[in-house]
Each structure stands twice: as C-alpha cells, then as structure tokens.
Design a binder for this molecule. Structure first.
Ligand code: SIN
Ligand code: FE2
Length: 222
C-alpha cells in the first residue's frame, strides 16, 4: 500500500504508486501503443504557436489542439485513425481511485529538455464529476496546482517517475501546469525526458432508459 498524501483540498499524491518494475512495464506498453498513434506536436489555437510538449492519446476520445481550438475527437489528427485503447494498468489505476465508468481519454505528453506546460484548467470535458488522474514516467517535473480561480495561491510538488496525482471534487477545475522538468533525473524514457499520462472522463454517463429499473415516476417525484 502506497500512502495517499494530501497536497491541497481534493488534490492527492501517491509517491511511486508504480514500482520501478511496473514503470518499465507501463512504459513498454505505452511505447508500443505510440507506434500506432505517434507523438506529434500540437499548435495553439489562433496563434498556431507550437507546443513545447509532444502529444498523443489513447482511448475513445483524444484531446487535440490546433488553430481552430481545443476539442476531443476519436481520430488521430495526423494519421486519421482511431486512438489505441487505454493500457490495462491505467484502467486498473482508475478503478482504484475513481468510480466507474472507465476513462475515455488518456492524454500522453512527452516533455524533452526545456518543455513545460503553462497553468491551465482541464475544462473541455462535459463531465467533470470524476477526478483527473495523472501518472508520471521518467524525469522529475515541478508540478504546480492552484484553485479554480486564475491568479490564486498555488502549491508546487516535485513529481517523480511512478508518482500518481489526482484532482477532483472541489479541485477538478483547479489551474495546474508543469513549470519545468529536471533533465537527466531518470533513465527510464528512451532519449530522456518525461512522459505524463492523464486520464479523464469526457462525456456524461448515459442515463438508464426511461421506464427502466431505477426510473423515477414523474408524478411521485413532483
Ligand atoms: C496536463 O495538465 O495536461 C499535464 C500535466 C502533467 O504533465 O503532469
Ligand atoms: Fe491539464
């Protein structure tokens, strides 16, 4: 059992939740899936400025950014094919931390030397009832998280390989980002750097069919 550390209200950290052996197994699984859905470099909406990270996705829906905006889509923007499935080890992690249903998106970010991620909210999801879960592999990163208010107080935490972070509930829309990575602090990722795997629910869960088990009687509930 790995201890659950509270970073801020509804922000939790598990240090080395994935053991070195599990990190290697997960990395190998991720790299194999990235052969089907290669990392590419997205650009910012409007400006078209290139991200400093490279990205890909696993799952039914992938998060993408291009000149027309941010969105979720079922196809890889470069290859035009569906995203590979989410690795089983990550689905198991989700089940341990969040309730069903399973995540629809696993965003993959690769941070090489100098890459970072500005403070932002994860708010392109129509369903924000489940926590966002992030897994770190490779080099250490300085992660910053605040509240749902821009410019509010923030906390910094060093994320190392195998660490897992989760923010949900009152922190689901918290601003967060990666100030920088610390190159050379891990030898896990081929070519160096850090991979982050971010799991999210995107669409609201389907309601049970009207009149089915559990359906409410409109008259009685009035
Ligand atoms: C993200 O917020 O998209 C990624 C955060 C991380 O790399 O840990
Ligand atoms: Fe994010």
């Amino acid at each position: 059992m790995v201890a659950k550390i509270t970073i801020a209200p509804d922000v939790f950290l598990w240090r080395e939740k994935f053991s070195p052996r599990q990190q290697k197994a997960l990395l190998d699984d991720v790299l194999a899936r990235l052969e089907q859905a290669p990392l590419y470099r997205p650009v910012m909406p409007n400006t078209g400025k290139a991200f400093s990270v490279e990205e890909s996705n696993f799952g039914a829906l992938g998060w993408v950014s291009d000149k027309s905006g941010y969105r979720y889509q079922p196809m890889h923007p470069v290859t035009g094919t569906p995203w590979p499935a989410i690795p089983p080890a990550l689905l198991a992690l989700w089940d341990e931390i969040n309730a069903p249903p399973t995540p629809e998106c696993c965003l993959v970010n690769l941070y090489r030397t100098g890459a970072k991620m500005g403070l932002h909210q994860d708010r392109d999801e129509k369903d924000t009832s489940a926590a966002v879960i992030g897994v770190s592999l490779g080099d250490e990163a300085l992660f910053r998280i605040g509240s749902a208010v821009r410019g509010g107080k923030t906390a910094s935490v060093l994320l190392a390989s195998g660490d897992v972070i989760a923010f949900g509930g009152t922190a689901r829309l918290a601003y967060h980002g990666i100030d920088r990575i610390r190159p050379g602090t891990s030898r896990l990722v081929p070519g160096g750097g850090r991979l982050s795997l971010t799991l999210r629910r995107v669409r609201p869960k389907k309601r049970p069919p009207a009149g089915g088990p559990g359906a409410r009687c409109a008259l009685n509930s009035a």
